[in-house]
Design a protein around this ligand. Structure first.
Ligand SMILES: *Cc1c(COP(=O)(O)O)cnc(C)c1O
Length: 628
């Protein structure tokens, strides 16, 4: 099937196990998915009590069966309608041959039939006296919808009530999907039924601000206890309701947790929060930034494939990509991202699967031209991955500039207090994995899931689903719930902290710039920086708080300087509340030759700073006494 047709069908198309159905109906569907406001859908789900499900199947592994079971569990009375199965029972309910044979009038008719058959069913629903006609994901019939609306019925097309209910009443965050719902009211399986009749499902505002999202996204009160701060779900596994429930979880046909290597409710809150801040579709959290990079590339790279990466990456990433990934037969070609022509040249080639850069690179104050890199990636049909660790979504949102995937070491500014390792992968949900044959893991049948095709079945949630269901399941670098909790806490104050980090860093950079013992300062926020203009475009709120400077006196002066610091801590980390200092030549880069050090931006005179949140006069006083 042409990808373009599938794309619009799958725009919200994350109904588990619907692949066949979508394939059957897609050719008759129009080219754009109808759009409905959250409030419209919520009002329907709240008003409805009885549903006739036309096309309900007695076969337990059919999507309609799961939808019916789900809706029953939410307190809806569901009457199955299916001439072929009439007289049989599905989930304790007698199957009726047609709508006119139902024992009573129902509020809503839910259509699990092909688009061309939906017209006749809609006319029967009007005659029957239903108030709502709901057509399932992939089912669109504009003429029928117009007839029903003319008679005063409300109509929803190309949606699944199960998905919408989960999304709007708070159950979808189990895999870190961005539900875009913000609510200070409890929402849960047990009480969702009551909640939909109260005002609890009201979203605060359609476009919440950054600070609101940092605090609230993903983090409604605990469904069971009402605890307002996100609890640490310190559990390895989760009970199944029954064997059927277990089967549908394992088949990825229903929402829920199985085992904490794959998903955990505390981590899911963090995933949704980061996804929301980056304007992504979903996120996968991992044990560290490095494991995020590994998992980000797993669905993309196969043995023999090539990754194009910037020469000015974080040092650990250069080693990971250049040395260890070779063991998977993943090749990495390092290119100078300041020279876009050479990026363009390198990106051509059938084995090239992705471009990887950093929005703001550690340590040299290097800023990437994300818009330009995105154009190059798009022109050859491969995704652009951006490590946004140093900038954080407060300073830069790479997806707005065309990045397809964003990765983070949450160890740094996101957790922010130097106390929790972690990583995150955010998917924009916009890359078309089926546009060429380059991405078999996502766009061809997956053996480990009975031939499931992730992209066909999960659409824009495919990459994130793969991250959990294959990446975390099979490689295992899962974030601990305690670390997820600490990172959630950190992100709540991200905006305040980043403002202060930047303000302090600017003062310190200017102080050093004018100091007679300092030969140069490499901070993208300074006008003399080569990256000042890119920083003005991509980092409008400031160029971060990590930068380097050159100390007069070379290696020996560098060693002496870090030893003299009293307030600044001499260690290998960044993004802490505390100010940190490092002399790379005598520590992280000491194994390299001097020439290698210089090309890595770690020459003998280089000092790296990560400016913290202390009183800025105290930071400067410490630097001053150490320089003296
Ligand atoms: C620290 C860092 C990483 C690696 O993250 P860990 O959490 O240490 O595994 C990757 N990229 C950048 C830019 C970093 O600063």
């Amino acid at each position: 099937m042409p990808r373009k047709e599938l794309a619009h069908l799958l725009k919200n198309g994350y109904l588990f196990g619907l692949a066949n159905k979508m394939t059957n109906t897609s050719t008759t569907a129009p080219l754009s998915q109808p759009s409905y406001s959250d409030d419209f859908i919520k009002s329907i789900l709240a008003d409805v009590k009885t549903i006739a499900m036309v096309g309900a199947s007695p076969n337990w592994n059919r999507p309609s069966y799961f939808a019916m079971k789900y809706l029953q569990s939410k307190g809806y009375k569901v009457f199955p309608v299916n001439p072929v199965a009439a007289g049989q029972e599905i989930l304790g309910e007698i199957v009726y041959p047609s709508l006119d044979k139902l024992p009573k009038q129902v509020d809503m008719v839910d259509i699990f039939r092909k688009s061309e058959d939906a017209g006749e069913i809609t006319d029967q629903a009007i005659l029957h006296g239903a108030k709502i006609v709901w057509m399932q994901l992939g089912v669109i019939n504009d003429e029928a919808a117009a007839r029903a609306e003319k008679k005063g019925l409300r109509v929803v097309m190309d949606r699944c009530p199960k998905i919408e209910f989960s999304r709007l009443f708070g159950e979808l965050s189990w895999h870190g999907f961005n539900s875009k719902v913000i609510s200070s009211k409890r929402r849960s399986k047990g009480i969702a039924e009551q909640n939909r009749h109260s005002n609890s499902a009201k979203t605060v505002t359609a476009t919440p601000g950054f600070e609101t999202k940092a605090i609230h996204s993903g983090a409604s009160p605990d469904p069971t206890t009402g605890a307002r701060s996100t609890p640490i779900y310190q559990t390895t596994a989760y009970v199944f309701d029954d064997a059927d429930h277990a089967a549908s979880l394992f088949n990825l046909q229903t929402f829920g947790n199985i085992y904490s290597r794959l998903s955990n409710p505390t981590t899911a809150v963090l995933e949704e929060k980061i996804s929301s801040l980056e304007n992504g579709r979903g996120a996968t959290c991992t044990a560290s930034g490095h494991s995020a990079q590994l998992l980000a590339l797993l669905p993309i790279m196969d043995p023999g494939d090539t990754l194009i990466a910037s020469t000015k990456l974080y040092g650990g990433s250069i080693t990971q990509f250049g040395k260890t990934f070779k063991k998977f037969n993943w090749n990495c070609k390092f290119v100078d991202f300041d020279d876009l022509t050479s990026v363009e040249d390198a990106a051509n080639g059938s084995s090239v699967k992705a471009i990887f850069g950093e929005s703001l690179a550690n340590p040299g104050g290097v800023v990437s031209d994300i818009d330009a890199l995105s154009s190059i990636a798009k022109s050859v049909g491969i995704p652009l991955l951006i490590d946004n660790t140093m900038a954080t979504p407060f300073l830069c949102q790479p997806i707005q500039h065309g990045a397809d995937i964003v990765v983070h070491s949450t160890t740094k500014f996101l957790s922010g207090h130097g106390n929790a390792m972690g990583g995150a992968i955010v998917d924009s949900g916009t890359f078309d994995w089926a546009q060429n044959d380059k991405y078999p893991s996502l766009a061809q049948p997956e053996e480990a899931y009975h031939g499931l095709n992730f992209y066909e079945s999960f659409g824009d949630l495919a990459y994130t689903t793969y991250g959990h269901a294959v990446g975390l399941r099979d490689l295992g670098p899962t974030m601990a719930p305690m670390n997820a909790y600490l990172t959630i806490m950190g992100i709540e104050t991200l905006a305040l902290r980043m403002e202060k980090h930047v303000a302090n860093a600017e003062v310190v950079a200017n102080y050093l710039h004018n100091h007679d013992k300092v030969s140069w300062v490499s901070y993208a926020g300074l006008e003399e920086s080569n990256y000042f203009h890119l920083a003005k475009k991509y980092l409008q709120k400031g160029a971060g708080s990590v930068f380097t400077f050159g100390i007069k006196g070379g290696y020996d002066a560098g060693v002496k300087f870090v030893e003299k610091c009293q307030l600044l801590s001499h260690l290998a980390n960044i993004g802490d509340t505390r100010s940190l200092v490092l002399h790379p030549a005598s520590t992280t880069h000491r194994q390299l030759t001097e020439t290698q050090r210089i090309s890595a931006g770690a020459g003998d005179d280089v000092i790296r700073l990560s400016i913290g949140l202390e009183t800025v006069e105290d930071i400067i006083a410490d630097l001053e006494q150490a320089l003296r």
